[in-house]
Write a protein of this length. Structure first.
Length: 310
């Protein structure tokens, strides 16, 4: 099915704004899908300049898709720089709220599905903990490689988490006033200093509390609060979204209808997937994308309620 794309600016009251790429098919089936990227990356994880990726694929299946770039990513301003910074709490309270409102306004719907990659899923879950009223607007979710704490121990974890993310990255952040991930070739996009510092705190500490005001996200979700969520983890992902750490994040999110699926040959896929290629590899079109869409379609008409674990 053919689709059209359009670009939209979503202003934020505290400054700057989000960039939203809208994929609008000729004939729309079902609810819109809002896509949220992870740390040191942008919405490009969901769509390439050549028209490949999850977002165009979903549009060809008849779903309207809205891909968000957080402030400071791609065309969303302001750019990370010394003296220009936003915290994770501002993403959780301001940016996610504005993105949801824009998605529903553009689509004319009252609910949507959310698909989030990596740290983006942590931010969305935190938003639902702080602003439970948003739950009624989200029919279902798919989290790709989402974890908060990294507790596995292996060489990949020691390199990417201990040495780079918690060691070298804070040094670079203090020197530059922001995290220059693009220059260092650690990621596709730079990160605000405060946002990176907040994420390091969450990766390191057992308690899931806000660094600014102490809000306890795990306690807020302990009685439920997430919509039906499919958690996907790559069998080959050794550090950034290890299946065991993804499983621990599921427990942190409290009781909710969910499924955890490991993406690899022994689980029926054509290859063993890692952290990024579950979205970017050509084989993901057949191995991964249909699973995500099927989950959303299965929960299209679910009533809003607190679901028990399944």
């Amino acid at each position: 099915m053919n689709y059209q794309t359009s670009q939209h600016h979503v202003p934020i009251a505290t400054g700057g704004g989000l960039h939203l790429t809208r994929f609008q098919p000729e004939r729309i089936h079902g609810l819109p899908i809002l896509c949220w990227h992870g740390a040191i990356e942008s919405g490009r994880i969901f769509h390439s300049r050549s028209g490949k990726g999850l977002a165009p694929w979903l549009a060809r299946q008849g779903h309207e898709v809205m891909v968000i770039d957080q402030r400071g990513r791609q065309d969303a301003l302001p750019r990370p720089a010394r003296g220009v910074s936003f915290s994770q709490r501002e993403v959780i309270t301001d940016e996610v709220d504005a993105a949801l409102a824009a998605c529903l306004s553009l689509s004319g719907q009252s609910r949507c599905h959310i698909m989030a990659h990596s740290w983006g899923g942590v931010l969305i879950a935190a938003h639902l903990a702080r602003i439970p009223g948003s739950r009624g607007h989200i029919a279902s979710q798919v989290y790709f490689g989402t974890k908060r704490r990294v507790r596995v121990q292996n060489p990949s974890k020691w390199l990417y988490i201990d040495l780079v993310w918690k060691g070298l990255a804070p040094l670079a952040r203090r020197m530059c006033g922001y995290l220059p991930a693009r220059t260092l070739r650690w990621g596709s996009d730079d990160e605000y200093a405060t946002s990176h510092a907040d994420s390091v705190t969450w990766v390191r500490e057992t308690a899931w509390r806000d660094p600014e005001d102490g809000f306890d996200y795990a306690t807020a979700l302990s009685q439920g609060g997430l919509p039906p969520t499919l958690h996907l983890a790559g069998l080959r992902d050794q550090a950034l979204g290890h299946p065991r750490d993804v499983a621990r994040f599921i427990e942190e999110c409290g009781p909710h209808r969910h499924a955890l699926r490991i993406l690899g040959r022994e689980h029926g896929q054509g290859r063993d997937y890692g952290h990024l290629d579950m979205l970017t590899h050509p084989d993901a079109v057949a191995d991964v994308y249909p699973q995500a869409l099927a989950w959303c379609q299965a929960h299209q008409g679910d009533a809003v309620s607190v679901e028990e674990d399944t």
